[in-house]
Design a protein around this ligand. Structure first.
Ligand code: WTA
Length: 654
């Protein structure tokens, strides 16, 4: 693979630098740059000692024999020989320490309903569901799909699975029935936990109906458990005899204690499907002990978590950010957090700031897309609210442009709160590159420095180190994925083959500046980040070609003012078939059905052919340039240069 500079949109050469205040530094876990560097050095020189010390802060039924076992690389093992349980570390440990009455979750529903749940209450709810799952015959290792809105039962379901050693596979509630089906079949899921509906922008999303459609052809699904989200009149929710049960009925008749299963270090904790460069999403595998330690420590240090903090991450638990930085990492630290069900602009654009004011949120973690939307909505939504409780801000999921960073810093952070721009992936389990809030001087748009134990490098294809090139991770880290479900070869090929099996290949381009800071430049493959949602262009292409009138298609990611990136589809239609609005609508409907509405392209263009090299390879760079209105330069290497002129004309016209 070569680096395609056009996809690595530079986030400008930013000169400004912002240091944390001395008050922040003095009180921080990692206090000052010197402290960060000393601990970083230690974590690289002797990673096993470093990670063993971190693990020592958690509960183990049995301690490990080895910290890192690389004998069968890249199938690394962490904390081998140990036995532990994530749900125990998220709940029981705090209750044992006398913190049972502390609020774990301030939950806020979109229509304005709310619930406060203490750690002790959460423990009971998790135990009850865990017992109910057992009654339904769920055993350690069984896969359970979770398709829920952002309600407490989502966190409870995840923790109940972890408690008994069932493997959760959370599916973001924006995915379609077809996506649910593919994920369920790939991992032979035996149960689905869903809800009658959930709220989004004032509307009810009827989740159970989508599940019914999705599992129609899935013989492996024996049980569907349904949370009643909205009272009796929310939606009509037909239940299938013998397969479907109401969540509230199941948990009413079981014991409220369920001992946590002693899990082996490398027992599978969860699957989370994510996009790659083919049409088929990958079931990323995370296991128990390493993920436990990594999610705990990154949360503690990157968010500088203290016992009196009120933390809020606006991501959905359907993505990795919610797994690690709503559920596991945050709850292991025993802090109070806010969980919000709905949209940032419902009932109006001030909703987030109102929530911050109401719960006195001190740490706020969101996506650059949201920040750009807030900027567009205007400062008035913020100025009337008291958000002075904030002390730390974070971003995740996509590059943040310096303009949005500065707005966030001024308008939300009152020029006082450090901003942690955290670069990581579903596969990495937790933060990899990020400022340490009480140590790192930040630069707008820059993910800055590695977390402890992470050794990044910027390489060319041949492995030589350069200033700008492809990001590599040289050492294994505890939170790393352990594989792709059912496809060990794809795991090796995708992540470990690029540099002869030596380094992990994340798929991002990066640049190192004069201070040694790392700037993420965007993906170097055909994965696109739309509003921070990761989508493979090949997934859309494989949906389009299922249409009987479509011969071929190519989908590219282009820059988008709010979403960061948007998708543009180029579709060639079989000779003689109509290329009209009807076809366009049909194709959009196919994306809604095949993936989900969030993957709709900005535009669909028809053409008689696609620009190809003489050897028949589609030139995506040219398509991107057309879609971004750029000068195309020399196109003489193309088999048929007139194709490009044609497309360009159409694009300008549309
Ligand atoms: C991108 C989300 C720039 C990157 C946690 C990565 C980022 C992909 C950042 C993973 C950031 C994530 N700056 N780009 N701070 N964070 N990315 O798996 O391209 O949904 O490879 O994980 O998002 O997306 P995923």
């Amino acid at each position: 693979m070569t680096i395609d500079n056009s996809s690595m949109e530079s986030v400008s050469h930013e000169e400004r630098k912002f240091s944390p205040s001395s008050e922040f530094v003095d009180a921080a876990h990692i206090s000052g740059d010197k402290a960060y560097r000393a601990l970083y050095e230690k974590s690289i020189q002797d990673p096993e000692a470093f990670w063993a010390e971190a693990a020592g802060e958690l509960h183990w039924f049995r301690k490990w024999d080895t910290v890192l076992d690389g004998a069968n690389a890249p199938f690394f093992k962490w904390f081998d020989g140990s036995r532990t349980n994530l749900s125990y570390n998220c709940l029981d440990r705090h209750i044992d320490a006398g913190l049972g009455d502390k609020i774990a979750i301030h939950w806020e529903g979109e229509p304005g309903d709310s619930r406060d749940i203490t750690y002790a209450q959460l423990h009971i709810e998790v135990c009850r569901l865990a017992n109910a799952l057992k009654v339904r015959g769920v055993q350690k290792g069984d896969r359970i799909a979770v398709y829920l809105p952002m309600i407490p039962e989502l966190a409870i379901s995840v923790l109940a699975c972890a408690r008994i050693g069932a493997v959760h596979s959370v599916i973001f509630a924006g995915f379609s029935a077809d996506s649910i089906r593919d994920r369920i079949l790939d991992s032979e899921t035996r149960m689905v936990i869903t809800a009658d509906g959930g709220y989004r922008r004032g509307k009810v999303l009827e989740l159970k109906k989508i599940v019914d459609e999705g599992v129609m052809t899935c013989d492996c699904v024996q049980d569907v458990i349904v949370v009643k989200r909205g009272g009796d009149h929310l939606v009509d929710c037909p239940m299938m005899d013998g397969r479907d049960s109401w969540y509230h009925n199941l948990v009413a008749n079981v014991d409220d204690n369920c001992p946590a299963e002693e899990m082996d270090a490398e027992d599978l904790l969860f699957l989370l499907y994510t996009s790659g460069t083919t049409g088929k999403p990958k079931g990323i595998m995370h296991t128990t002990a390493g993920y436990q330690v990594y999610s705990y420590l990154t949360s503690k240090y990157v968010f500088d978590l203290k016992q009196d903090d009120v933390y809020w991450c606006t991501a959905d638990v359907g993505w990795i950010t919610g797994h690690t930085y709503i559920v596991y990492g945050i709850m292991q630290n025993g802090v109070t957090q806010v969980m919000y069900e709905g949209a940032p602009n419902h009932p109006d654009e001030g909703r987030f700031w109102e929530i911050i004011e109401k719960y006195k949120v001190s740490i706020f973690y969101t996506a650059p897309t949201a920040i750009r939307a807030f900027m567009k909505w205007g400062n008035d939504w913020v100025t009337g609210k008291d958000i002075s409780s904030l002390r730390l801000l974070g971003t995740v999921g996509e590059p943040i442009n310096p303009e949005a960073w500065i707005w966030y810093h001024k308008m939300i952070g009152a020029e006082r709160c450090p901003i942690v721009d955290t670069w990581w992936q579903t596969e990495t389990g937790g933060h990899m590159l990020t400022p340490m809030p009480g140590a790192t001087a930040t630069k707008p748009g820059c993910a800055t420095v590695p977390f402890f134990g992470v050794e990044p490098a910027i390489l060319l294809d041949d492995g030589s180190e350069v200033e700008a090139g492809i990001l590599a991770i040289k050492k294994p880290w505890p939170g790393m994925l352990r594989g792709i479900y059912g496809d060990p070869q794809r795991y090796k090929d995708t992540y470990w083959c690029k540099w002869g099996g030596k380094y992990y290949f994340p798929g991002d381009g990066a640049r190192c500046d004069e201070d040694g800071y790392i700037w993420i430049l965007g993906r170097v493959d055909d994965v696109v980040n739309v509003s921070g949602h990761r989508i493979g262009t090949a997934e859309l292409e494989s949906v389009f070609v299922e249409h009987q009138d479509v011969a071929e298609s190519a989908v590219v990611g282009i820059s988008h003012e709010i979403k960061g990136q948007g998708l543009v589809a180029f579709v060639t239609v079989i000779d003689g078939r109509d290329q009209d609005e009807n076809l366009r609508n049909e194709l959009v409907a196919m994306i809604d059905k095949g993936i989900g509405k969030f993957a709709r392209p900005e535009r669909i263009l028809f053409s008689s052919d696609l620009p190809k090299t003489r050897s028949g390879k589609i030139m995506r760079r040219i398509l991107r340039d057309i879609a971004e209105g750029k000068d195309l330069g020399n196109v003489t290497t193309l088999a048929d240069p007139t194709v490009v002129e044609d497309l360009q004309k159409q694009y300008l016209k549309a």
